[in-house]
Design a protein around this ligand. Structure first.
Ligand SMILES: [Zn+2]
Length: 652
């Protein structure tokens, strides 16, 4: 038998801050939360049934698993792929492990154990493990920390190992990860201890080491994570640039090495690197409570959300360096908005949320999950976006795999761990962060266990019923999203709740609960036309359409014969909401009437002309315009897509 349960079975929680001194909220175990239906569960099911098996095939066919056989001396063949490809195997393993917590699957377990065996065999006698730096490259170990991602790969190994340990109880992969982590701790550290000053050009090791500390109780790993975070900003990285796929890469900002993290106030450089660093720094804060760390993270969050983030929640607006742009630099067609950066944003926001329970982090987590991470995976679960533009000619399509395949297994591990993001527990009681059909079994501080049953069609409508089963006094904290400007309406067993349910906060319902008590939460979901800060020039005079947590877009296939560029929405556009179970795995489409205003005749063969006050009157003819959730675009025949539509809303 491959999986051996040890006597102290750990709980399968994604981020185990249950003992973190500076965390307000504790997580629920993945095994205690069941998603039963709805958008999130259907995406998770596709991930389990289609994505994970097909990704394993890609890992085999592209040589990523063969690289481990080769490193173990069991295959006489050249290294294949890119030097950080091991990380794809590790992220897949993490996804597989989380999946097994709720859905036993012998075939998935067989694949997982086969991969783990190869990893065990490939580990070097001193604990080092990276299949690129073996044999002929062994002398190049740790010689190019800025570019070669050895600690990044180690971080993903550690995350996979912790997930595998928590999901199965087996210490097999954890033992591999600890040997490598010990080797890292022996190698890197203060020079006065005879160690090397060095950290990785691509962050990831930091959050992984904190989680390894949480899983093992070995404080060495936490100190090592702090060492790696503190080392940034001292010019060890990013002095050089190199040619990447999209031009010159590198530099100190690219690697978040331009200043110490505690002094950072803006999100800069490579977006995935930056967001992983911040997730790791939030983990450090949760353990150590250094206020200067939290202050920097809050300031960077403010900078990101008020100046450097797409309306989708996507981040990283430049192809060049896959990086954050300047303030308000948010091009739509040329948006980079890497799927990995969205996954990283979910990870960072989750950690910020658990530190202080501020609903703004849960709002952004939900928004990013639905509108920036989910678009990364096709509805059939077999192809992926790396970049997520907000307008397109029809040429940008998902790919079945990539040479640099960071995004596919990243979205897989997020979907596999989704149940872990729905709830939290604190001294106050039970926090409901996300709404979805399902159940949660919650152990309270008073040793009572309560089962919550959520019934809802969310995100298609905002009615949520929560049935409480169990008898105890506690606060039930329901998130009232900031988008719900009217505030939420709450009834308890049919009686109105007289507390506050204002947008952007948690409504606290504290009472002695009795089995069968029912809470009804109603979150009005009118369609919202959203405008953009005027400094984002290309969104001037345009609106994006949102309903509930979802961003919408127009796609050509639903609007045949229309040039999407000519659609102008009236200032008082009214929308109909129509749930279509047959369409795009079941979506609510929004329909409205729009004008079609093509450029007038005087624009023929001209790009510029003298400006005159606009005089065009409302058009007599209107056309029906159909919009679909942005996460579901590019799943049918190719054609133009747009998020931002021209509008008669006044410009300010
Ligand atoms: Zn990626």
């Amino acid at each position: 038998m491959e999986t051996v349960l040890d006597s102290t079975q750990p709980l399968p929680v994604v981020v185990d801050n249950s003992k973190s001194r500076y965390s307000r909220l504790r997580p629920l175990s993945l095994g205690d939360v069941r998603l039963l239906d709805g958008v999130l569960e259907s995406r998770r099911r596709v991930n389990r049934e289609a994505t994970l098996p097909s990704q394993y095939d890609h890992l085999e066919q592209t040589g990523r698993l063969d690289n481990f056989r080769r490193a173990a001396g069991k295959l006489d063949a050249p290294f294949r792929g890119v030097y950080f490809n091991d990380s794809d195997v590790y992220k897949w393993l993490e996804a597989a492990a989380w999946t097994l917590t709720s859905d036993p699957d012998p075939e998935l377990e067989r694949m997982m154990n086969a991969a783990i065996r190869k990893i065990e065999d490939a580990q070097q006698p001193d604990g080092y493990l990276n299949t690129y730096f073996t044999f002929e490259k062994a002398s190049e170990r740790w010689t190019d920390l800025t570019h070669k991602h050895e600690l990044y790969c180690a971080g993903h190994l550690i995350q996979a190992a912790v997930a595998h340990h928590r999901a199965t109880g087996s210490q097999r992969l954890l033992n591999v990860a600890r040997r490598f982590a010990d080797h890292i701790c022996d190698t890197f550290g203060p020079e006065e201890e005879g160690k090397r000053l060095g950290t990785d050009g691509h962050e990831e090791i930091e959050l992984a080491l904190v989680e390894l500390y949480r899983d093992t109780g070995d404080r060495t790993y936490l100190d090592q994570a702090q060492f790696f975070v503190d080392l940034r900003g001292h010019g060890l990285l990013g002095g050089r640039t190199y040619h990447g796929v999209h031009g010159l890469l590198g530099g100190r900002e690219y690697h978040q090495d331009h200043k110490p993290l505690r002094e950072m106030r803006e999100m800069v450089g490579h977006a995935v690197r930056a967001i992983y660093l911040n997730a790791g720094a939030a983990d450090l804060y949760a353990e150590m409570g250094d206020p200067t760390l939290l202050e920097a993270l809050e300031q960077m969050w403010h900078n990101m959300t008020t100046r450097r983030m797409y309306v989708s929640g996507g981040i990283g607006s430049r192809y060049e360096d896959e990086a954050f742009g300047e303030d308000y630099e948010l091009p739509n067609a040329r948006a980079y908005a890497e799927t990995c950066a969205a996954v990283g944003s979910v990870m960072w926001n989750w950690r910020m949320l658990t530190i202080d329970g501020d609903a703004r982090y849960a709002d952004l987590l939900e928004h990013t999950l639905y509108n920036a991470a989910l678009p990364g995976l096709s509805l059939d679960g077999h192809s992926y976006f790396y970049q997520n533009p907000l307008s397109d000619s029809g040429a940008h399509r998902r790919s079945p795999w990539f040479g640099v395949a960071c995004c596919p297994p990243n979205v897989a591990r997020l979907l596999a761990s989704l149940p872990g993001y729905l709830y939290g527990v604190s001294d106050h009681g039970i926090w409901v962060h996300l709404y979805a059909e399902g159940t949660a079994e919650v152990s309270l501080d008073n040793d009572r266990t309560v089962v919550l049953r959520q019934r809802t069609q969310y995100p298609w409508d905002g009615d949520v019923e929560i049935e409480v089963n169990g008898e105890s006094e506690f606060g039930l904290m329901l998130r009232i999203p900031a988008w719900c400007e009217e505030g939420g309406a709450i009834e308890i067993n049919g009686d109105p709740f007289d507390g506050s349910a204002s947008p952007g906060s948690y409504a606290e319902i504290r009472r002695a609960w009795r089995a069968g008590d029912k809470v009804r939460l109603s979150l009005p979901m009118p369609v919202r036309c959203v405008e953009c800060h005027p400094y984002v020039a290309e969104n001037a005079g345009r609106v994006a359409i949102m309903r509930g947590p979802l961003l919408y877009c127009v796609e050509q296939v639903d609007n045949p014969g229309l040039d999407l560029r000519d659609i102008v929405l009236p200032a008082e556009a009214s929308f109909s909401v129509q749930y279509r179970p047959d369409l795009l795995s079941g979506v609510a489409v929004l329909k409205t009437l729009g004008e079609i205003i093509p450029p007038d005749e005087k624009w023929r063969e001209r790009l510029y002309r003298r400006a005159r006050p606009r005089t065009d009157a409302p058009q007599d003819t209107t056309v029906e315009v159909t919009t679909i959730p942005y996460y579901a675009w590019a799943n049918r025949e190719p054609g133009p897509m747009r998020v931002w539509l021209r509008s008669r809303f006044p410009l300010r």
